[in-house]
Write a protein that binds this ligand. Structure first.
Ligand SMILES: C[S@@+](CC[C@H](N)C(=O)[O-])C[C@H]1O[C@@H](n2cnc3c(N)ncnc32)[C@H](O)[C@@H]1O
Length: 279
């Protein structure tokens, strides 16, 4: 395996935190990351890596999978990767996409393992989750804790419900700052997301996610007041009709205590009674 410090030295870069550049330099963490895929027998035929940096993780992913597509926005790093991995690129085992992970056309990947740029980790994650592929992603610890949180905890919120709508998520490893160069300001954590259908049904996924977002903007209010206060976010024409039709006990809870199944039932009711008829 390529030595992460050697890669940094050959690339001649330091990592610029303003560009979300914190390179993994701990071999043990780097070696473990692909195992979170292989231990669940995930399909590793085509692994997507967002933010390849100097290629320390890319190298491990090439070992674990048949083919890797790596996305990197920084032109100097992309140039270095093209030189460093010239053989793998020539063999067709590594495809390098230079560009912004929020804009590039993503390939039909079978799984992703990425040490994400933290500034855009939410946007990238919600690009990847709907693809319904196993994901092993590094986040800031606080973000990871919110993704996996259960109802009734202080971390539970819109991020938990929206993430768990797509996948079973698990915080598989906390990662200390010292594992990176330069070290980020906060601790990190690896989250594994295994795609699955939720244990509820929603007819209109976009409305469900918008409704949950609306209710969590008023997390200190009861659901009754949150529905009434947020039609500008949920898009409801008639929030009072939803309040009239909904279960009293649920209306008196706060969003942090409402389970995804309860949100889904409420969203279905709201979709039925909360909109004017448009012929
Ligand atoms: C946290 S570093 C990880 C680097 C490498 N994978 C590692 O583990 O050492 C994130 C990488 O993403 C790149 N990056 C930042 N924003 C990006 C974006 N919007 N699209 C693609 N790459 C981005 C940075 O240049 C940096 O190389």
């Amino acid at each position: 395996m390529r030595d992460p410090d050697g890669l940094l030295a050959r690339a001649g870069v330091r990592g610029n935190p303003d560009r979300d550049q914190h390179f993994l330099v701990d071999d043990r963490v780097l070696d473990r990351l692909p195992t979170y895929l292989t231990e669940i027998d995930a399909d590793t035929s085509h692994i997507l890596e967002i933010g390849a940096g100097t290629g320390a993780l890319t190298d491990r992913l090439l070992e674990a999978g048949d083919r890797v597509t790596a996305v990197e926005r920084d032109p100097a790093l992309a140039e270095f990767l093209r030189e460093e991995f010239a053989d793998e690129i020539a063999d067709g085992r590594l495809i390098l996409l230079e560009g912004d992970a929020l804009d590039v056309d993503l390939p039909d990947f079978s799984a992703s393992v990425s040490n994400l740029p933290y500034g855009v980790s939410s946007e990238i994650t919600f690009r990847l989750l709907p693809e319904k592929r196993p994901l092993v992603l590094m986040f800031q610890m606080e973000f990871a804790e919110r993704m996996v949180a259960e109802p009734g905890t202080s971390e539970y919120g819109r991020l938990s419900v929206s993430t768990q709508h797509y996948a079973d998520v698990e915080l598989v490893e906390p990662v200390p700052k010292e594992a990176f160069s330069p070290p980020p300001a906060v601790e990190s954590a690896v989250v594994r997301a295994i795609p699955r259908n939720p244990d509820y049904e929603v007819d209109d996924e976009a409305f469900f996610l918008r409704f949950v977002k609306a209710l969590f903007t008023q997390r200190r209010k009861t659901i009754r007041n949150a529905i009434r206060n947020t039609p500008h976010i949920s898009g409801l024409d008639d929030p009072d009709a939803v309040v009239d039709a909904a279960d009293e006990e649920l209306l008196s809870k706060r969003a942090g205590a409402v389970t995804p199944v309860e949100f889904a039932a409420l969203a279905s009711l709201a979709a039925d009674v909360g909109f004017d008829e448009h012929e």
